[in-house]
Design a protein around this ligand. Structure first.
Ligand code: SF4
Ligand code: SF4
Length: 226
């Protein structure tokens, strides 16, 4: 999601790589679940998140939509996000003890928090969101350890490819100024990257790359220097 805020206002002014130490360690969130509640539609899910949820919960994308996730428009593109439910707007996966029921396969944004990603020149680095986590005595931890993501290099490549594909599509839709065409593009993206089931016994990243190549070709997406 694009944010119209000053980088220095929301961060400590630094950018981090995987092996850098960052003051993000909030004692494994013991006793706190603040950022699993009241997050509105901001926990946006990517195709890898859907792959993990489908695989581990044994549910199709449509079944996930009936209970745990919803679709919304993000910067012109329709994407899924985690659904917040009830009066206190809790994530559907937050249990009564205030812990995450899907910790082992939680979405990428949940792994990252309170870090964020800063995209520039077809790449990205990490930054610390200084106003997001309420835990007072955070300690330093390596970015790589904090985000705890297997196959991290391929994961970073996927994150980057997905981000810049969306940027290219957003530009395309903006310049087209054609509601019908843009609706069709959005339906294609939902179908190609989310509705069409992934083979959960096979590698995700290869399947994603195939779909990405096909989508760029079929939608006529022109890659630009973002
Ligand atoms: S606010 Fe900080 S300590 Fe609390 S759940 Fe979120 S990341 Fe964990
Ligand atoms: S998936 Fe887990 S970590 Fe993420 S918001 Fe829900 S309960 Fe919190």
């Amino acid at each position: 999601m694009e944010r119209e805020v000053s980088f220095n206002e929301i961060s400590d002014g630094k950018l981090y790589e995987l092996n850098d130490l960052v003051k993000a360690n909030c004692n494994d969130c013991k006793g706190c679940s603040t950022c699993c509640q009241g997050m509105g539609k901001s926990i946006i899910l990517d195709p890898l998140d859907i792959y993990h949820l489908s695989k581990n919960l044994n549910k199709t994308f449509e079944e996930l939509l009936t209970e745990y996730i919803e679709l919304n428009v993000v910067d012109g593109v329709i994407l899924p996000n985690l659904k917040m439910v009830g009066e206190s707007e809790r994530c559907s996966f937050l249990n009564e003890e205030g812990r995450c029921n899907i910790h082992a396969f939680r979405p990428g944004i949940c792994r990252l928090f309170p870090l964020g990603r800063f995209y520039e020149k077809h790449s990205f680095q990490y930054f610390l969101q200084v106003h997001e986590c309420t835990y007072k005595n955070k300690t330093k931890v390596k970015v790589r350890k904090w985000i705890d993501t297997p196959d991290i290099k391929r994961n970073e490549q996927f994150i980057n490819d997905w981000h810049y594909f969306q940027k290219d599509v957003q530009k395309m839709m903006k310049s087209a100024q054609d509601d019908q065409l843009n609706k069709g593009i959005n339906m294609y993206i939902v179908r190609n990257f989310f509705l069409l089931p992934y083979n959960i016994t096979e590698d995700f990243y290869e399947q994603f790359q195939e779909r990405l190549v096909r989508a760029k070709y079929e939608l006529g997406v022109e890659e630009e220097d973002n």
